[in-house]
Design a protein around this ligand. Structure first.
Ligand SMILES: O=C(O)C(=O)Cc1ccccc1
Length: 205
């Protein structure tokens, strides 16, 4: 006898994002994770095929996550997508580079706009000349840094993301840790579902 397929949960990918950590903390191995490229895509993915999703909602330093706010103003919100739960994640941002790159070499910093905002003081004080580039997630930033090595024609880049990303993408190392403006830095996430009555998956203890 086959056990039924686990319910699917959409998250902002690639794996290594804070949204991924939050989803894994909440659901562990009770679900199947489905990566999405943007916050809008996570919202759109919540459906009978992918009944659950996780989205970042608000940060204690930088405030509202604008893309989530926009998604929640769409007609589907409250009709076919519902907020069914909430979770808070303490976040320590790191500056991550290709192995061997020094702070003075960094010409560009990539991250989710929330992470760039939460680390604005470090950026303006320590690397004021670096160009800031918004990308859809912190883990997408780490992936881009790992991919645009020497000879790529790209400016030398760093990512703001979790320390975990340095292990997940090849050739990266953590240059600085805890670079957010406030030592205590928390983001609240929503658990979304496509129905009001489907029980939320529960992680096995
Ligand atoms: O990009 C991510 O890793 C996200 O999950 C969005 C985000 C970015 C920064 C802080 C909290 C959530």
């Amino acid at each position: 006898m086959h056990s039924p397929a686990p319910p699917r949960v959409a998250f902002l990918g690639p794996p290594g994002s804070y949204s991924h950590s939050c989803a894994v903390e909440r659901f562990d191995d009770s679900v199947q994770y489905v990566e999405q490229p943007t916050i809008a895509d996570v919202f759109r993915a919540v459906s009978p095929e992918i009944p659950f999703g996780v989205l970042p909602q608000e940060n204690s330093v930088y405030g509202t996550v604008v893309d989530t706010y926009d998604a929640l103003r769409s007609p589907e919100a409250g009709q076919s997508v519902f907020i069914r739960g909430e979770l808070a994640l303490a976040i320590q941002h790191c500056l991550i580079v290709r192995r061997g790159v020094k702070l003075e070499d960094v010409q560009r910093v990539m991250s989710h706009e929330q992470a760039l905002g939460q680390c604005s003081r470090f950026l303006s004080e320590r690397i004021p000349n670096a160009v800031l580039m918004k990308v859809p997630s912190t883990s997408a930033a780490a992936n881009a840094v790992a991919c645009c090595g020497e000879g790529s024609g790209e400016p030398e880049s760093a990512a703001i993301c979790s320390a975990h990303c340095a292990d997940m993408f090849d050739g990266l190392e953590v240059l600085e840790t805890g670079i957010q403006n406030e030592r205590s830095n928390t983001t609240r996430f929503y658990v979304l579902a496509n129905s009001l009555d489907e029980p939320l998956p529960v992680a096995t203890p």
